[in-house]
Design a protein around this ligand. Sequence first.
Ligand code: ATP
Ligand code: MG
Length: 388
Amino acid sequence: MEKVILIRYGEIFLKGKNRGFFEKTLLTNIRNSLVKFNLEVNKVPGRFLVEKYDEDDEFEIIERLKKIAGIFSFSPAIYFETTLDEIANNAINLMANLKGTFKVETNRADKRFELNSMQISREIGGRILANNHSLKVDIKEPEHKLFIDIRENGKTFMYADSIMGVGGMPVGTSGTGLLLLSGGIDSPVAGYMMAKRGVKVCAVHYHSYPYTSNFAREKVEDLAKLLTGYTGDLTVYMVSMTELQEEIHAKCDDSYMITLLRRGMFTLAERICKAHSRRMIITGENLGQVASQTIESMTVVQEVVKDIPIIRPLVAFDKCDIIEVAKKIGTFETSIKPFEDCCTVFLPDSPVVRPELYKVKREQDKIDFEGILERAYKSIEVVEIKAD
Ligand code: ATP
Ligand code: MG
């Protein structure tokens, strides 16, 4: 008998001809995520198996598998030669310490096996009952389930729990994106959602050092680190907006600060995308949340981006739903730490809520917008955040 973790993948099945590519990408991602452990990840028909691992590592392996996009669910299982006695003995052992109600479910892929799945479930259920008098059968709503999966290769899997994975598609199967990563709650969630959709992401963070502190920057690096569980290694481009903000503050109508700053952010984002083969800009924007997120603001801001789609996965989310995801993926506690964001530097008393493009352009023309962005772009710092 061997202990294994049985991995099921969901949507990949829908992919017809591309299935091989999806499976291969997922297998590579699983292996990369588990590279520091001594184990094997192998393919069996329709499933992957984590094998030959040290039982002391099981908890941490499970925590990692929970974050890998494309995994539908997985189960720590035992794996052994198929005979009725082996099935019964292992079942009795697994259920020995349980109380309450249970049910046995059998899947018989190996049609050579003498009993059909109903008969196996009944036979094994009977033997469990005979050995554990604290258990009763309940077919409809059992407290415990025991699964028996008899494979074609003469081996059987047996397991009790299925742990849900994140689902979605393997990272690397839906192209590449550049995430605008602030220190807030929303953008890490947006990055997670697109990674889960199969997008390989990298990130850009805009700061206004020395108006924003090094703590603010560390916070963003911490968030990026938390995201790597889902995204794999994450490159973060750190860009200074200090000169742009100082110039706007000195020369433009202050109420356009955020609009012009955001036009600068998106202009540079598109440039980074083109330089690093990124096919989409991803933001945590959410319609109506704040002044900069009215449809009029989004329209005049996105006007600077010419050739690359802007994806806003959270556009229709309620804040409480975003927070729920942030908690689930473990970024919430870091996001709510109180460090300043560049959007809060030189914050005007009354930002324009519904900016008009011609007025925005008039304000923008009061400064050397292009020259400032060119210098910001040249001084980009690249930080490589490695997945653990
Ligand atoms: P978040 O919680 O992600 O900070 P928010 O609700 O505070 O979002 P805004 O500050 O208007 O909203 O930002 C909207 C989006 O713009 C963010 O989700 C992020 O994608 C991007 N963004 C804002 N500030 C920055 C920044 N300093 N660096 C990189 N991207 C940013
Ligand atoms: Mg913010």
